[in-house]
Each structure stands twice: as C-alpha cells, then as structure tokens.
Design a protein around this ligand. Structure first.
Ligand code: GDP
Length: 365
C-alpha cells in the first residue's frame, strides 16, 4: 500500500518528502517495501506500542510502516501527454491513495507558478489533469457498453452509470465525489481504475507562525477545507519546514521541541496516522521480551489471514488466537494478571481482528 505525494511546483512537496525520508524507518526490517529514491518509508506512530515497550523492555521495537512516493512534476497539460505528463499520471495510477499538497503560505521569495496563492485554483489544476485522463477511459468504456447493449440488454445499466459518470467528470468533479451507490455504479467504479476516484488527503502547507498559533484563521486553509468537504475528503494542516527541521531529531528531542511550541503532535505524524486510516489499515500487536511489534492488516481481516502476515505457516496451521484488547492488558498490568481475570479470549477462524488487539497465535507446524 502506497500513497503518492502530488501538487503543483513550489508548494512544499520536496520539503515534506525530505522530512519523510529523514524520519524514515530502518528499511531492513521491512523487506516488502520498495527501495527507490522517490519512495520514503515511515513508521506509523503508535502510543500503544510505546506502552508495550515499557511493559516488556524488548530487544526489538518494530512499528508498522507506510510508503510515500514522491510524484513531482505534475503540471498543467499532463493529461495531454505534454512534457513528462504521462509518466506522472502512470505513477499516480500505481498508488492506492493521493496526498495532495496545497500551498497555504505566503512568501515574496518563492514564486507561485500561477503568480499568486490560490488553493482553490491549485487544487482544480491538479484535479482536472486527473479528471481529463479519466474522461478518456470512461468514454471508451461507455462506447463499448453502448455497442454491447445490442447483443445483451444487461449492459444497459452499466451504460447508464457510465453516461452519468462521464457527465459528472465533464463538470470538473472528481470520480470520488460521484454519489451513486447503486449496484451498477459500485460495479463500474470497482472495475474502472480512475485517478480522480482514488482517496485523497489534502495537505495544507502553511507558514510556521500560522501552524503554531492560528491554523483555523488561515484563509487558504479554510478554502482547502471547503473543497475537501464537498468531496468527502480529509485535510491535514502541516508546516513542511518545521517537519523538515525536526525530522532527524531523536524521539525525545522532537517531543521537547513540539512541547515548547505547545504542540502535542507533529503535522507529519498526524498525516501518517490519517494516511494509514485512509487506506483502511489497522494494526494488531504482538509483545514479548524478544520484540514488540505492530502488524498491518486491512479492516475486516479474519484471524488466519492476520496470522499469515507473520508467516504463511501460521495461516496454514492456524488453530486459535489468544487475544486481549490493548486497554484491558494495560489495565491488568501483565498478561498473567489478565489471564487470571479471564480477559484473554481464545478466538477461532471466524474472528475479525480489531485495531489494537494484542495477540498470541496457536498453530500446528
Ligand atoms: P516543491 O516544488 O513542491 O517540491 O516545493 P519545495 O518543497 O521545493 O518548496 C519550494 C520552496 O518553498 C522552498 O524554498 C521551500 O523552502 C519553501 N517552503 C516549503 N514549505 C514552506 C513553508 O511552510 N513556509 C515557507 N515560508 N516556505 C516553505
């Protein structure tokens, strides 16, 4: 699961991406991650894991991670294949969600590609490139479905949805804002890979002062929030410059720095947590003297498949999972005490894992 960072030039993408790579997780522990210059792998902040580390004093501490891809260079005309446009659209096609960085800071030194700051216009510029590319795809599918109706009436529903979707896109609205929850629409959206249908987080990049003192009064931020609301999308305020500054600090120094600014968490940490959630991901936890670790699963994953994240043998030979909710474990103080109180449940193959479950698997080898 990857998120692509997009936005117009000079909005702060590289600054944010630098912060991400500086803060980067030790990639040796995550063999499934891509190691490329434009990919950054970061730990998902998780206070529960810190608490488990306090309880178990483990040799190894392994948080969950997510990958961000820097997709620089998306400009007006990309969908027409101008410049390197097509390559960027292809890069966006490969990610599961989009982080759209929007400039909400003023500066006389850093020029804006369109002359002045305007989040609404900036967002539209990027979104339109994605929408133009989607229009071509939807038009092609519609032509095909229309031809098929002659042979089989069952294509009529599909053609109707595609026609409505095409009209929606032609009005400049992204596919993710297409409000039709009929079965036909669900089928069409699930089988048509649309760029503007990908989930998005708008990152409002503002100056230090606004981020520390006055996020809510930043006029540009308000504009971003309005657009996001209409699309059912999220907004995360950030100051990319602060993030870059603190990105190579130790955990303790970072906490001290943030406390001095009266901040409880960094913008990047909030972005990471929101990104994880946007992708529909949750963590279950394993804890022992050897290692405390967070394991990434999709919401709704059942016990054997969750076990398979650790090792395929765990899935094949799955017998039961011993599960306790994180809060219960902490309240009891230890696994032994929790067992005595009957709070450790024995769950079978149909159990759906919950975020923050602390787990021990029983399996046949
Ligand atoms: P990109 O083209 O979107 O990758 O933008 P960059 O990250 O290269 O940023 C463009 C310029 O804006 C750089 O000079 C950054 O230092 C500056 N910049 C980025 N974020 C901020 C910010 O929050 N405040 C101010 N004042 N400048 C910023």
């Amino acid at each position: 699961m990857k998120l692509g960072i997009v936005g117009l030039p000079n909005v702060g993408k590289s600054t944010l991406f630098n912060a991400i790579t500086n803060a980067g997780a030790e990639s040796a522990n995550y063999p499934f991650c891509t190691i490329e210059p434009n990919v950054g792998v970061v730990a998902v902040p998780d206070k529960r894991l810190d608490k488990l580390a306090e309880m178990y004093d483990p040799d190894k501490y392994t948080p969950a991670v997510i990958e961000f891809v820097d997709i620089a260079g998306l400009v007006k005309g990309a969908s027409k294949g101008e410049g390197l446009g097509n390559k960027f659209l292809a890069n966006i096609r490969e990610v599961d969600a989009i982080i759209h960085v929007v400039r909400c800071f003023e500066s006389t030194e850093i020029i804006h590609v369109d002359g002045e700051i305007g989040p609404a216009r900036d967002i539209e510029t990027i979104n339109l490139e994605l929408i133009f590319s989607d229009i071509e795809i939807v038009q092609r599918r519609l032509d095909k479905a229309t031809k098929m109706i002659k042979a089989d009436k069952k294509y009529a529903g599909e053609a109707e949805v595609l026609g409505a979707l095409l009209k929606h896109l032609e009005e400049g609205k992204p596919a993710r804002a297409f409000a039709d929850d009929s079965d036909d629409a669900k089928e069409v959206l699930a089988t048509t890979p649309l760029l503007s249908g990908k989930p998005v987080i708008y990152v409002a990049n503002m100056c230090e002062d606004d981020f520390i003192n006055n996020i809510e009064t930043n006029q540009y931020y308000k504009q971003v929030c309005e657009i996001a609301k209409a699309e059912n999308a999220r907004v995360v305020p950030i100051c990319a410059k602060i993030e870059e500054e603190i990105s190579d600090m130790s955990k303790e120094d970072k906490a001290m720095f943030l406390a001095e600014l009266n901040l409880t968490e960094s913008g990047l940490d909030r972005l990471i947590v929101q990104s994880y959630d946007l992708l529909g991901l949750i963590s279950y936890l394993t804890a022992g003297k050897q290692e405390v670790r967070a394991w990434t699963i999709s919401k709704g994953t059942k016990a054997p498949q969750a076990a398979g994240k650790i090792h395929s043998d765990f899935e094949k030979g799955f017998i039961r999972a011993e599960v306790i909710a994180f809060d219960d474990l902490v309240a009891c103080g230890s696994m032994t005490a929790a067992k005595e109180k009957g709070l450790v449940r024995s769950e079978g193959k149909e159990y759906v894992f919950q975020d923050g479950d602390v787990v021990l698997f029983r399996f046949n080898v």
